[in-house]
Design a protein. Structure first.
Length: 113
């Protein structure tokens, strides 16, 4: 069983930046992909960004050019650098592995206007 622990969330003004980190308890190389999802109040959880074991990345259209996902296989961590934050980026951000899926407990990101 893999444990994922997210950190780095908080309250920031629009236009600001945050860096989220996800620490895994085991070797993340066994997962083909790791990603970040978010869930805003009253909305479904949505994919924000994903990075493959080979380093390929994909982003939701809403965050392209503003967010950068990266993984450090040696440290078993995945990070999400978020710049030019907007109020609509507010939500709980979750770290995810695939396959099989594992989820962290989430970290709150709040962007004020």
């Amino acid at each position: 069983q893999v444990q994922l622990v997210e950190s780095g969330g908080g309250l920031v003004q629009a236009g600001g930046s945050l860096r989220l980190s996800c620490a895994a308890s085991g070797n993340i190389l066994r997962f083909k992909a790791m990603g970040w999802y978010r869930q805003a109040p009253g909305k479904q959880r949505e994919l924000v960004a994903v990075v493959s074991s080979g380093g390929s990345t994909n982003y939701a259209d809403s965050v392209k050019g503003r967010f950068t996902i990266s993984r450090d296989n040696a440290k078993n961590t995945v990070s999400l650098q978020m710049n030019s934050l907007k109020p609509e980026d507010t939500g709980v951000y979750y770290c995810n592995t695939s396959p099989p899926p594992h989820w962290g407990q989430g970290t709150q990101v709040t962007v004020s206007s």
